[in-house]
Ligand binder design. Sequence first.
Ligand code: OSB
Ligand code: MG
Length: 367
Amino acid sequence: MRILAVELHRVAMPLVRPFETSFGRQTARDVLLVRVRTTDGDGWGECVAMADPVYSSEYVDGSEAVIRHYLAPALLAAQEVGAESVAGLLGFVVGHRMAKAAVETAVLDAQTRAEGISFGEYFGADRDAVDCGVSVGISSSIDELLAEVDGYVGEGYRRIKLKIKPGWDIEPVRAVRELIGELPLQVDANTAYTRADIEHLGRLDEFGLLLIEQPFVEEDILTHIVLSAAIETPVCLDESIVNAEVALDAIERGATSVVNIKAGRVGGYLEAVRVHDVCAELGVPVWCGGMLETGVGRAANVALAAMANFTLPGDTSGSSRYFAEDLTEPFELVDGRLAVPTGAGSGVDVRADALADWALRPPITLT
Ligand code: OSB
Ligand code: MG
């Protein structure tokens, strides 16, 4: 197909409660959506870059600029574009994986809608619903944390993930473990620790955690290797894993025994499938991470999470965990699971009224 236009939409979605991690606190999700108009029909992709460059170097204004000035012109200039050729066409730009992922996903959506196949079928999903976990931010008190976790347990979530940082780790984990009994529990540090904290992190072993996610900075594979050898809790990389080659390297060197897969972080769903496959071959389980996506991104994540080696519950929570109203029909938990959309493409539609209600500014159309 040929790309006729690339539209950039910006929406600000208020979060139902602030989300605090070791890198900061968010009260709204500032989302960039990409719509491609093609000779075969339209497609949508969600850019997962955050408002500020604090999870990774990408941020939403930067992603928008790189799409405007580099990625969209490259696609518009190409005679023939398919999802499988997007990474090659955009490869001249270094990095900016979240921006590339949004563009590739929009093309994939248009292509699979035209072919009448769903993302689940395209990825090779092997189930029609996925187990869901929930990522719980840093609270102002343990009582407040327990109230929030208790609500999620009541809603049926099958796994709890707690955000931790120095000064907010052992005690909140102990309190939540007492509250939830045997329910699977894991923690995510978003790079907040250093090598000097290894002994301290070993104190988490007594809580039977599924894993500890990204304790050290993303470039520091070595300290993750040292930690993996020093503690019993499995170490899981998020920020460090930017493609399938890095995943292979980190696994072979003993830095990670579980992998968090986020399509935006690795440059798109096609690369995410490659990361899944590399991990499967090495016997390393994976789970689907999240970036507080709207229904547009969530639909694709749920389809990805239905692949065989996604054996742990993902951060694929229901729409109501994030937003009072979603941009698509809401994703609703049934018995702790979300159904994989079955319609063509992502299987969800962007609600024009919601898009207009939450728009930060009129869309930009590039031709
Ligand atoms: O590290 O997994 C993370 C959200 C924004 C940025 C990074 C992370 C997260 C989450 C939330 O943990 C996952 C979700 O519910 O989407
Ligand atoms: Mg993480």
